[in-house]
Each structure stands twice: as structure tokens, then as C-alpha cells.
Design a protein around this ligand. Sequence first.
Ligand SMILES: NC(=O)c1ccc[n+]([C@@H]2O[C@H](COP(=O)([O-])OP(=O)(O)OC[C@H]3O[C@@H](n4cnc5c(N)ncnc54)[C@H](OP(=O)(O)O)[C@@H]3O)[C@@H](O)[C@H]2O)c1
Length: 288
Amino acid sequence: MSVPPRSAVVGAGRLARALAPALVAAGLGPVRVLSPGGRSARALARGRRGMSASSLTETLPDDVRLVLLAVPDDRIVGTARALATSLVSWRRRVVLHTAGALDVAPLAPLARRGATVGVLHPLHVFGSSGTAAPRGTLCRVEGRAAARLARDLGWVPVVVPRPALYHAAASLASNDVVALLHLAAAALVRAGVPRARADAGVLALAEGALAQARRGGIPAALTGPATRGDARTVGRQMRALRAFPLASAAHGTLSMHLVQLAVSLGRLDPAGRRAVARALAPVARAGT
Ligand SMILES: NC(=O)c1ccc[n+]([C@@H]2O[C@H](COP(=O)([O-])OP(=O)(O)OC[C@H]3O[C@@H](n4cnc5c(N)ncnc54)[C@H](OP(=O)(O)O)[C@@H]3O)[C@@H](O)[C@H]2O)c1
């Protein structure tokens, strides 16, 4: 006879693909995966030890003590409402959502039914491959149960008083980097680099910058014309980017930050700063 599930993951997308096997590996299985129609949950659980699947309309097994919501942020409150009526009692059960920008408020329907609620947001990019977040991953938590689970999964729990700002920072370091890489590859192609080579060229550059930052700290990776005071080169770049308004705005704005950083590190003198600022002036005016 199969062992009833102790944990459940609602949602079968990018995060769930990594989270469900991680729960099993941490001894918190068997895990029931649920998705709206059940199809993606079945695809996730198929052939995996310690995992089963169902649709969201099916009743949650009574043995489930831990429920993780891995659904789009705006769906959490609706999912919580639907779950709240799906069990007779939620006492002695823990429900955590995984949205970095939100507090526990969307889980109020479950809290009112007696569930212990919290937030577990690993600071990691989960893609479609289901690759696990490594040990030592920072993890925003709300509540003791979430902190304990983060540690059980090998992550480092951190309590964050300003979740929306924390999440904006996470997007800057991950989603926005993807946007920059995409813009850079497009500009490289327009500059004459063969399309088939552009992505690899851009990725090699980004990996070089990341490797430098990892070795010596983020400021150690500071290079480029804006930080050297090469104002004419900065001007040439800005003129070349006129045909790419988004890339121009992003590059100009980020260059202004690089200039400030270079000045604060003593790498750029006042004359260099003024010259680069003049070359970036059209962007600075557009941003005010
Ligand atoms: N991806 C990341 O890197 C990452 C990192 C940390 C935290 N998170 C958090 O994890 C949560 C899920 O993100 P994700 O990237 O895994 O999203 P995703 O890949 O888009 O997966 C979303 C899942 O939610 C299901 N779903 C859609 N609408 C629903 C509804 N109305 N009710 C219940 N389930 C619904 C989808 O069902 P179908 O499969 O049927 O479409 C899918 O399985 C978000 O709160 C996000 O902030 C994500």
C-alpha cells in the first residue's frame, strides 16, 4: 500500500519542479503535487519516487501537514480561499507561499481556519529544468516554520522587513540582467557580429564580469570607459545607441551609477566625472 503524502506543493511550474524533489530529498515526502487541471502536476510527478499528483479540485489528503504554494503571486489569495474550504480543519498544518514581494496577508483565509502560515522565498533563479537551489542559498522567510524548512533544505534563512524592496533587488540581479544580455546581443548583431556568435559573445563578457566580482567583490569588477573617464568613447557609444532607445536609456542610466561608484572609490577625479557626465547628459536630461 502506498504511503500517504505528508507534504503538498500547489503549482507544478518552475519553482515546484525544484521544490517537490527537494522536499522528498529532505525527508519531508511523500509529496503530493497539485495543479489547476492536474496535467502539469502529473507530468512533474511521473516516474518519481515519493511523488504523486492531482488536480486542485481534488481534496487534499488528511495526512498532509505542510503545504507550499508555488503559484503566480496574484493567484495566492484565490488558492488560499479554495484550500481553506477543502479540509475540515487546518490546525497543526503549515502553509507557506513562495512570493518574495508579499507578506503573509494573502494566506489569511487559511490562518483564519487555524493553519500556521508563513513565507519561504529562495533567492535563486528557477528555470524550466528544475535544477535545485544549492546549499547556502539565501532564503527570505516569515515565521518559524519557514525558517526551519529553509534550514532543512540547506538554505540560509533571512528575515526581511521590506519584502517589495528585497524582491525588486532580486529582479535587478536576475530578470534585469537577462534584459541587458538580450539588448546587448541585439546591438552586437546590428554592429556586425554574426547572429550565431552574438549570444556566446555576450555571455562570455557577462561571465567574465561575474567571475571578477566573485573573486574580488563587486567594485573590483568595475571597468569600462565611464569609470576611466574616457568621455569621448562614452559619447561615441551614446550616439551609436540612438537607434536603440531602450538600450540607450539603460546604458546611460547605469553608466551614471558607474561614474558615481568610480568617484566614491577614488578611481575617477572630478574633471573625469564632469567630462563623462557631459557625454551622458542627454540621458540624464531624459531621466529628469
Ligand atoms: N521561478 C523562480 O525563479 C522563483 C523563485 C522564487 C520564488 N518564486 C515564486 O514561485 C511562485 C511560482 O512561480 P513560478 O516561476 O514557479 O511560476 P510558473 O512556472 O508560471 O508556475 C506557476 C504554476 O502555478 C499554476 N497556476 C496558474 N494559475 C493558477 C491558479 N489560478 N491557481 C493555482 N495554480 C495556478 C500553474 O499551473 P499550470 O501548470 O497548469 O499552468 C503552474 O503550475 C511565485 O510566487 C514566484 O514568486 C519563483
